[in-house]
Design a protein around this ligand. Structure first.
Ligand SMILES: NC(=O)c1ccc[n+]([C@@H]2O[C@H](COP(=O)([O-])OP(=O)(O)OC[C@H]3O[C@@H](n4cnc5c(N)ncnc54)[C@H](O)[C@@H]3O)[C@@H](O)[C@H]2O)c1
Length: 433
């Protein structure tokens, strides 16, 4: 049986790693992998969170402070270090774990920029440990089906793809009242969020991104938002003042608001509700003046094969999901996915394949229950037990190189916006990628 330590007892860590390893029979929706792995320590900046977690779960997982990583390894001797803190801290924990020759499972994004990615790749080369990145968007059945269709050659050689990604007004706005809104902590939305999408594109196309050009702006959040309260004699607005008349708050947070079932954020809030006093000494508001990241992007990516991709992200959309098209020499596939947290309900994803000279063929992918379109349960099995055959065939487990490429595209997007010029991935990651 493998032993695990967790660095950062985040919402994601609890739902995806801690509860499955503990196997709480009262919370069967998180899975029970206690026969396959044991959680032997939790490291966090906030001791109280770990104490409350232990109390809630009736367990006694030892706590370590953030400066006690080496002592934690010496005392608990884990096989695997799970890295689930806010993004900027991933690199330090991954590199420290590799220095101790431990395997690592890191949440996405693996790191926040190319500089950190290079350091991780270098540390992995010098270690017996291996890095795995929890790119769970590879796992939903529809995403595996797209991978299979491309791999089986239905489209011929891929020449072009389009991905329009929409975050709804609940999910999108939530990033602006969490640590993710600070580029120094998360890399901004094109890293912390879009790394999912760039990893999918890289994996589906089985290609290496080389150059990126992008435009972007902040249209919805921060002090310049059209919804922000009017400026007032240099004084900041409190969050309560911001919420008065705020349409995001009225729609999603206000008492009595007509809330649809949200399979993403709400699950965390309801199931865990453990305070985060150290991370958030004060509540953050979506119109705070320190918000500096963009919420709207349009980008073009050129791949090594010559294929090109257009990608856009909007973080304040009436519905959540994406519109995808992938075009090859021999056909095109298309799908539109509307996520569960959307205002307009679920939809079973249908992938439509158009042979270049033939009839339209619709493939309906069965709906699977569970977090992230059923992805989370399959990924937990692959991680804690063993990958199934199909996971191996599709090369579904993402490694450090995959993690680095996804992050580098995200960094290239925001840097291209900031510097108004194309960015080369090799310049961010070094030539050897
Ligand atoms: N794969 C997915 O779909 C998915 C979904 C959500 C989050 N995530 C990723 O999971 C990670 C956690 O995100 P979250 O939103 O759940 O976090 P969170 O805000 O819920 O929790 C962060 C935790 O880390 C702790 N922390 C802060 N600084 C730390 C440090 N220096 N060292 C150790 N611990 C520290 C905090 O006290 C808190 O317990 C991020 O990397 C995020 O991008 C992935």
């Amino acid at each position: 049986m493998k032993t695990y330590v967790i660095c950062g007892l985040s919402g994601r860590a609890i739902g995806h790693f801690a509860l499955p390893l503990i196997g709480n029979p009262k919370l069967p929706e998180y899975g029970d992998y206690s026969a396959h792995g044991r959680l032997v320590a939790i490291l966090d900046i906030d001791r109280e969170r770990v104490e409350i977690f232990n109390r809630n779960q009736g367990c006694a997982v030892p706590y370590y402070s953030a400066d006690a990583f080496d002592r934690m390894i010496a005392e608990t001797n884990p096989d695997v270090v799970v890295v689930t803190s806010p993004d900027v801290h991933h690199a330090a924990y991954i590199i420290a774990a590799l220095r101790h020759n431990r395997d690592v499972i890191s949440e996405k994004p693996m790191v926040i920029d190319g500089r950190q990615a290079r350091a991780v790749l270098e540390a992995e080369r010098a270690s017996h440990g291996r890095v795995r990145v929890a790119h769970n968007y590879r796992y939903p059945p529809s995403h595996q089906a797209i991978k299979r269709m491309i791999r089986d050659g239905l489209l011929g050689r891929i020449v072009q793809a389009q991905m329009i990604y929409l975050l709804n007004t609940s999910h999108g706005s939530s990033y602006f009242r969490r640590w993710n809104r600070d580029r120094a902590v998360s890399g901004g939305l094109t890293v912390t969020k879009s790394c999912h999408h760039f990893d999918l594109l890289n994996w589906w196309l089985d290609d290496v991104p080389e150059e990126v050009f992008a435009f972007g702006a902040r249209n919805y959040f921060g002090a310049d938002s059209p919804f922000a309260p009017s400026p007032r004699d240099g004084r900041d607005h409190s969050v309560a003042e911001q919420n008065e008349g705020c349409p995001y708050y009225r729609r999603w947070k206000a008492k009595g608001a007509d809330l649809p079932k949200d399979d993403h954020l709400r699950a965390y809030e309801a199931a865990f509700s453990i305070p985060m006093k150290t991370q958030y000494p004060r509540e953050l508001g979506i119109y705070d003046k320190e918000i500096a990241i963009e919420d709207t992007y349009s980008a073009t990516i050129r791949y090594r094969s010559g294929a090109s991709v257009i990608y856009s992200l909007n973080a304040s959309s009436p519905w959540e999901g994406y519109i995808l098209g992938i075009h090859g020499t021999h056909g095109r596939l298309e799908t539109t996915f509307r996520a569960g947290a959307s205002c307009i309900g679920d939809e079973r994803p249908e992938i439509v394949y158009y042979p270049m000279f033939g009839e339209r063929q619709a493939h309906t992918v069965p709906h699977v229950e569970g977090g992230h379109g059923g992805a989370d349960a399959v990924m937990k099995h692959d991680m804690f037990v063993a990958p199934d055959r199909e996971s191996d065939v599709l090369r579904i487990a993402a490694g450090a190189r995959d993690g680095a490429l996804a992050v580098a595209v995200g960094e290239a997007v925001w840097r291209s916006v900031a510097e108004d010029k194309p960015m080369r991935i090799a310049d961010l990651l070094g030539g050897d990628i």
